[in-house]
Write a protein that binds this ligand. Sequence first.
Ligand SMILES: Nc1ccn([C@@H]2O[C@H](COP(=O)(O)O)[C@@H](O)[C@H]2O)c(=O)n1
Ligand code: CDI
Length: 161
Amino acid sequence: MTNIRIGNGYDIHRLVSDRPLILGGVKIEHELGLLGHSDADVLTHAIMDALLGALSLGDIGHYFPPTDDKWKGADSVVLLTEVDRLVQAKGWKIGNIDSVIVAERPKLKPHIQAMRDRLATALHLQPDQVGIKATTNETLDATGREEGISAYAVVLLVENR
Ligand SMILES: Nc1ccn([C@@H]2O[C@H](COP(=O)(O)O)[C@@H](O)[C@H]2O)c(=O)n1
Ligand SMILES: C[C@@]1(CO)OP(=O)(O)OP(=O)(O)OC[C@H]1O
């Protein structure tokens, strides 16, 4: 029988006026961007935590501490490729990823394909192995008030034989 593992990840970052908005490795035109030590790409962070979680390897803060200047302004897709290397070194490969971004604005639908392509390329996957969806929070809570953007991800890992 094929061995499989499942992992889930979540992240949220605050929206501020003087930062770019980067989601799934794609820069999106918007008057607000996400605040963080890295580029604050919540979707990529949620996917990294899901990958690490699937193998009980801890979380991204353990590998890329927000207290370390090395990761200041880091491109999260580069961090993702590091996590992917770790997963592969442990003898696993990604079956598929599914995710959802919670953002009241901007409209993300026009950017979803570019995010899937960017992440699939970085992870050496086909775009149909990378699911990305968007939803508003129907104006409820912090994301609904546009104070931040959050993302959830689930991954399935398959043992490499
Ligand atoms: N930032 C967003 C949020 C949503 N979408 C798309 O709109 C659809 C409806 O969203 P609801 O939150 O009202 O259910 C959703 O299914 C997405 O296709 C979007 O593009 N960008
Ligand atoms: C990505 C890292 C890198 O220092 O920093 P942040 O951009 O602050 O992101 P967060 O999800 O708060 O923490 C994880 C960190 O590993």
